[in-house]
Design a protein around this ligand. Structure first.
Ligand code: ADP
Ligand code: MG
Ligand code: MG
Length: 250
């Protein structure tokens, strides 16, 4: 369903991704854990086509289509979605306006959602996420707390119904109640076709969103893969044992 092969990516001339490989089948949930600065967000941004990152080598395929040849809008239309670690604030654009145009990009020309349908859908999803309807009319992420931004990212995910969902540290800055709500939102979207790539620093999130596979990322590539038990060991023992096992220096 989703395939990354030998991906190399640089930012400001510095190579961050150094041959990243990953293959995700439809319906699977993969978690990527790794120390800070190891390139997790770079991976997410490179897949989405963020202009700051230059992909120098490798391939990315979504259902056989070459993602790296697509423009940013095209990637969203194809069904890629990223919930960002630090969502941007956009003054002057309301949450509802932003969401509606994002949905229409995803749906494509001639298939735009009607205003009535959009509002109904948005209100239903906001209820699920325990969000106040006032957030519809607020400027995108402006003055939102950390937790509100993360809920809003999940709202976008639910509305856009992507094929591949990338969550970049969706758990950071969330208290336990908000984490449960966010996880329930994600779990409600799990189905046999939709796949998830969950980037997290902490195992805690994975208690609520159970992954099929856990990968350890270090120095720009996956260095170890396993099941949920791998996340538990990382939580208990940190990353040093992985480095020792693989002979990786800091
Ligand atoms: P992670 O998400 O795993 O914490 P990142 O992908 O954010 O790691 O960062 C990987 C490396 O790229 C780090 O060394 C970081 O300093 C560098 N980096 C990230 N963003 C930028 C940027 N905008 N300019 C320069 N270096 C960056
Ligand atoms: Mg980080
Ligand atoms: Mg990051």
């Amino acid at each position: 369903m989703f395939e990354i092969r030998g991906l190399r990516s640089t930012i400001e001339g510095k190579e961050i991704l150094k041959g990243f490989d990953l293959s995700i089948q439809g319906g699977q949930v993969h978690a990527i854990m790794g120390p800070n600065g190891t390139g997790k967000s770079t991976l997410a941004s490179s897949i989405m086509g963020h202009p700051k990152y230059e992909v120098t080598e490798g391939e990315v395929y979504l259902e056989g289509d070459n993602v790296l040849e697509m423009g940013v809008d095209e990637r969203a239309r194809a069904g890629l979605f990223l919930a960002m670690q630090y969502p941007s604030e956009i003054a002057g654009v309301t949450n509802a306006d932003f969401l509606r145009s994002a949905i229409n990009v995803r749906r494509g020309e001639g298939r735009e959602i009607s205003l009535i349908k959009f509002i109904r859908l948005m209100e239903a999803r906001m209820k699920e996420l325990d969000m106040s309807f006032e957030f519809m009319h607020r400027y995108l992420n402006e003055g939102f707390s950390g937790g509100e931004k993360k809920r809003n990212e999940i709202l976008q995910m639910m509305m856009l119904e992507p094929k591949l969902v990338i969550l970049d540290e969706i758990d950071s800055g969330l208290d336990i109640d908000a984490l449960k709500i966010v996880a329930a939102g994600v779990n409600a979207m799990r189905d046999k076709e939709r796949s998830f790539l969950i980037i997290t620093h902490y195992q805690r999130l994975l208690n609520y969103i159970r992954p099929d596979f856990v990968h350890v990322m270090m120095q720009g590539r996956i260095v170890k893969s396993g099941g949920p038990e791998l996340a538990e060991r990382l939580e208990a023992e940190g990353y040093d044992w992985v480095k020792e096992e693989l002979g990786i220096a800091d």
